[in-house]
Design a protein. Structure first.
Length: 281
């Protein structure tokens, strides 16, 4: 199975601590034994870095293990079975373009029949930037093309809410292409990250988020520290938001809040949420 996780915090050490506390909740089990891989995209010193392992023989992959040596206040993690594209680094999520990183779960319906139309919709510079052969990287490029059209591709000039129309337009174009090819709408969840905010959209499997704020939420994460050190930590200002999807048996974990179908949410480093909900039919 796949698993999609993103978090953003106001301290670079909080993500690994959260991952340790929620180790069992956010673990992914390879129940069918098929080859799979995983990847991380994360921010350090304002730059987006990637750590990707296209093939892993482990039967269980934990976010805790994935981020144990990573200090970052914004991170996206992804595990995948190869549905489209072989198990190689260029096809392993997350994908990066300048100050944007992206991962998704789900599959573009009948991708081979709509691939050429999706590719043709991209400006030349984004066509040239493609490195793999997955539907996900192409979907990411469609999103970037709409940011480019709105003069928002330079993330420094865009706020989280500026991303919402580009996501809506991406899904809208994909649906139109699929409809013209007489295919059904694709079921996809996505998470996008920048050095300043994290954006998630649900159009598929259950997605949910959890927000941690202050000493009451974070004290348990510092239990392994020496008691004297614990007293030294100022935990009251600590903030972290984590978003995840594709849970085992589609069950939302305790303490998480479900994201409704069609909704786009964004968190900044203070764990303040902005949301765009679908209009009633």
């Amino acid at each position: 199975m796949a698993r999609l996780i993103g978090y953003i915090a106001n301290r670079p050490d909080l993500g690994a601590r959260m991952a340790k506390q929620l180790r069992d909740v956010l673990a992914t089990t390879n129940s069918d034994g098929k080859p799979w891989g995983w990847g991380l995209g994360f921010v350090q010193s304002g730059e987006i870095l990637l750590k990707r392992r296209p093939l892993d023989e482990a039967t269980c992959i934990n976010l805790d293990d994935m981020v144990s040596d990573v200090r970052s206040d914004t991170l996206i993690a992804h595990t995948r079975h190869a549905t489209i594209g072989s198990l190689r680094t260029e096809n392993t999520h997350p994908f990066r373009y300048q100050q944007w990183m992206f991962a998704d779960t789900g599959t573009v319906d009948n991708f081979e029949q709509v691939r050429a139309r999706m590719h043709k919709s991209l400006p030349d510079f984004l066509q040239r930037s493609l490195r793999g052969d997955t539907d996900s990287e192409l979907l990411f490029s469609l999103f970037l093309s709409f940011l480019h059209d709105a003069s928002k591709l330079d993330f420094a000039g865009s706020a989280a809410r500026d991303v919402f129309p580009a996501i809506k337009s991406t899904f809208g174009l994909l649906d139109r292409i699929s409809k013209e090819a007489q295919h059904s709408a694709s079921r996809l969840n996505i998470i996008l990250g920048t050095p300043e905010y994290l954006v998630a959209a649900r159009r598929g499997a259950p997605m949910a988020y959890r927000v941690f704020k202050g000493r009451d939420d974070f004290a348990a994460m510092f239990d392994d520290d020496e008691p004297s050190a614990l007293r030294m930590h100022d935990l009251d200002p600590c903030r972290l938001a984590v978003v995840a999807s594709d849970f085992d048996d589609d069950v939302i974990p305790e303490g998480f809040t479900e994201v409704t179908e069609g909704t786009v949410i964004a968190f900044d480093r203070t764990a303040t949420m902005t949301a765009s909900t679908p209009k009633p039919a």
